[in-house]
Design a protein around this ligand. Structure first.
Ligand code: FES
Length: 472
């Protein structure tokens, strides 16, 4: 590294954080590839069956390997057995944590949570804290001072990479942070990311984690054996290399501070075994652009928009060659950037909006033909309104702009009687407007709507009303 190489401040409360806001990089307006909205809705549909099969296979693998490792624990076979078990539990649990955190693995919300919480524990990520961390990662991907999930701050070094792979620093650091949270001591980063209404939840989740780790340690001491710790808690450290192995391919070495995932994120073709362990997150540009699409439809999404993206890396090895080259260059010159060929195409146009002047009686009449699951965007004297027909066929009218981060719900997905935001998978009840899934904390205004004869509807625009939080 040159003696004068500038070191940027990656903390969330430092000078780079202020600069990111000043430069318009915080909660910015991101490029999205163009795709037919109907096709995108089709690709975003979830089923329980596919995720149930994949999850059962994965848990079966983890439990089977655990039983195997335990049964040979006093032999040398225990070494490879625990290494493989650790990689599955402490490494590939990351992909399950991630997909279920987005709520896109299963169609049924509680099934996502059922997998999300244990997999959060397996990688020592406090469930609520890391949910909020990941919302921020999607809002401000690889924006310095805003994104808490940047693995390689510049200038990167080989030592950093080795530490990341072994997790001998990251794992204990996470565990120590959890222990502090268990005593109610929340650090500044946690306070920035997590709204106050969730602080108690963070503390109690930390206590549960610490209690489980403590049980494993007591068991190990009582049996005078390290095996209980290798089984519970230990994989977070000695098995995390697999999580890092995949995770590094997502953004390492690519551009910082750019509102276009094609420059900051990497798509890599991987073999079927890797794709199973990693739940197709190798299609990472696609995932960041359209996080509503579940993991098993990402290859199809890739095929739809590939001509608007940089060429994917042909293999994991090719991705690592690119990453090591970038790390070497950025070690000497932190401002060095990979020169990717990004197609010069216009981004996805916003939804078609039918505009109206403010009617004297607050009622708007218009012809509407919507099938279940379809939406229509209107604007009444500047007020953005969404008309949506739910899965049961009932028509609803609610405000159109997400109360969390200004995303347009006309680009969202109707699921049952809810609308899911396209940006962070937050959800609103279409009947009441209430938030039903984090990160939503403020409800949408609801407008009354009446279906008239002849395919017309009448919408009565309401004044502002209630506020409510997400229930999950
Ligand atoms: S913008 Fe974050 S959930 Fe809508």
């Amino acid at each position: 590294m040159t003696a004068t190489a500038p070191r940027r401040d990656y903390s969330l409360d430092g000078e780079e954080s202020v600069r990111a806001v000043e430069r318009g990089l915080a909660d910015g307006d991101w490029f999205h590839a163009t795709i037919d909205p109907q096709r995108l809705r089709e690709l975003s549909i979830r089923t329980n069956r596919r995720a149930a099969v994949d999850t059962a296979l994965w848990f079966g693998l983890a439990i089977g390997l655990g039983v195997l490792a335990w049964s040979v624990r006093w032999t040398w076979w225990a070494v490879p057995a625990f290494l493989v078990y650790g990689a599955v539990v402490g490494g590939s649990s990351d992909a399950r944590w991630h997909e279920c955190g987005h709520g896109t693995a299963f169609k049924t919300g509680w099934l996502n949570d059922l997998v999300y919480y244990p997999t959060s524990f397996m990688i020592a990520r406090e469930a609520t804290l890391w949910r909020w961390s990941h919302f921020r990662h999607h809002t401000d991907t690889i924006v310095v001072g805003r994104d808490p999930e940047i693995i390689f701050p510049r200038p990167p070094s080989l030592g950093q990479a080795v530490l990341a792979f072994s997790n001998v620093k990251g794992g204990p650091t996470l565990m120590a942070g959890t222990a502090r949270h268990a005593f109610g001591r929340l650090d500044p980063t946690t306070r920035i990311l997590v709204p106050e209404s969730d602080h108690r939840r963070v503390v109690w989740e930390a206590r549960v984690y610490v209690a489980i780790w403590a049980t494993a340690v007591v068991w190990a001491l009582a049996s005078w054996s390290i095996h209980p710790v290798l089984l519970i808690g230990g994989p977070t450290i000695y098995g995390a290399w697999l999580m890092v192995f995949f995770g590094i391919t997502q953004h390492a070495g690519l551009k910082e501070d750019v509102l276009d995932h094609r420059h900051s994120t990497r798509t890599v073709h991987m073999n079927p075994v890797f794709r199973f362990l990693y739940l197709n997150m190798n299609y990472h540009v696609e995932h960041h652009m359209f996080p509503a699409v579940p993991y098993h439809r990402l290859p199809e999404l890739h095929a739809e928009i590939a001509d608007q993206l940089p060429a994917p890396l042909p293999s994991t090895a090719a991705a690592y060659r690119e990453i090591f080259h970038a790390i070497r260059q950025q070690h000497d010159d932190p401002s060095w950037e990979l020169d990717r060929r990004v197609p010069d195409v216009p981004g996805m146009p916003g939804p078609i909006v039918q505009a109206f002047d403010w009617p004297s009686d607050g009622r708007v009449r218009l012809p509407v033909q919507l099938e279940p699951g379809e939406v229509k965007a209107i604007e009444v004297a500047g007020r953005a309104v969404l008309l949506a027909r739910d899965a049961l066929g009932t028509l609803h009218a609610v405000d159109r702009i997400c109360t969390h981060g200004d995303a347009d719900l006309a680009e969202g997905l109707v699921i049952g009687c809810e609308i899911e935001c396209p940006k962070h998978n937050g959800r609103f009840d279409l009947v009441t407007g209430a938030g039903t899934r984090r990160p939503i904390r403020e409800s949408l205004d609801v407008h009354s709507i009446t279906e008239l004869d002849g395919g017309e509807v009448e919408v009565q625009i309401n004044s502002r009303s209630s506020v409510s939080g997400a229930s999950t």
